[in-house]
Design a protein around this ligand. Structure first.
Ligand SMILES: [Zn+2]
Length: 265
């Protein structure tokens, strides 16, 4: 089955991971810009990172037969210093213009501070201006409250729901996200957040329409094969091939195709 992992931080992964993902059937990954574990101190450090994920990673992926796209953005964990954030924001267009940069993300809320909200609104504004897909990070603590706040901000900002993936959804947030017309992402971070089994159960409960699944694999305990593992489990436990293919391939393809730069053979 053809698969896309629409949220994978390959910057932090090895070449073996790319190899295993390709063998398992993943033909495309999207790498959202993210927090590297330590706050950056200079706008230029962000720019080097944006440069890396728009040049080196697509090449590294292509050698294993995987198509690599990215999104550019400033994660809420790094928006407390608003002056630094604004310098980063001012430099983003150069990277967003690159061939493999198909959208903005991951942006969102983490601790729900006023500065996080300001940075989110400014980046949503940029996304609206460019008409590109947006990948939203919802907070891991106070999940429901944070997600509802994000949904209110999105509504006020007026971004087209078809272009927005609200990620890291759970049983308590999926319905809210879907009801308002956004894409709902389930992140499988098996050790600490969500196993393929739990993702599968959410898909059974909420359906496969407007749902995306991803590994969000990075430098923490995470699994670059989470998407194929979930697909395998779905097929073994009552889902049709069509349903599995919808969440693992058709849905992300449709969401990402909102960018004219996104092309799969
Ligand atoms: Zn992420």
């Amino acid at each position: 089955m053809r698969m896309i992992d629409p949220h994978a931080h390959m910057f932090s992964r090895t070449t073996d991971d790319y190899e295993n993902m390709a063998v398992a059937g993943i033909e495309c990954v999207v790498e959202p810009a993210f927090w590297l574990g330590l706050n950056r101190r200079y706008a230029e450090t962000f720019f080097d990172y944006f440069n890396h994920i728009t040049t080196f990673e697509p090449q590294r992926a292509a050698k294993r037969g995987i198509k690599h796209y990215c999104t550019i953005g400033c994660n809420p964990k790094e928006t407390e210093d608003l002056k630094l954030f604004q310098d980063v924001l001012a430099g983003m267009p150069e990277y967003l213009d690159r061939d493999s940069a198909i959208g903005i993300g991951e942006i969102g809320l983490n601790d729900m501070t006023p500065n996080e909200e300001t940075a989110l609104i400014m980046q949503l504004e940029l996304a609206k201006k460019r008409g590109c897909p947006v990948l939203i990070h919802s907070p891991h603590n106070n999940k429901l409250e944070g997600t509802l706040r994000i949904l209110d901000i999105l509504k006020e900002a007026g971004n087209d729901p078809e272009l927005v993936d609200v990620d890291h959804c759970t049983e308590e947030t999926i319905k809210h996200v879907k009801d308002r017309g956004y894409w709902s992402g389930i992140t499988m971070y098996p050790r600490t957040k969500c196993t393929p089994q739990r993702a599968r159960d959410m898909l059974e409960r909420f359906g496969t329409d407007r749902m995306l699944i991803n590994s969000s694999c990075d430098w923490e305990w995470s699994d670059p094969l989470a998407v194929p593992k979930c697909v395998r489990l779905m097929l073994m436990t009552g889902f049709s091939r069509e349903e599995a293919s919808r969440v693992a391939f058709e849905n992300p393809r449709r969401f990402l195709s909102a960018s004219p730069k996104f092309k799969l053979a």
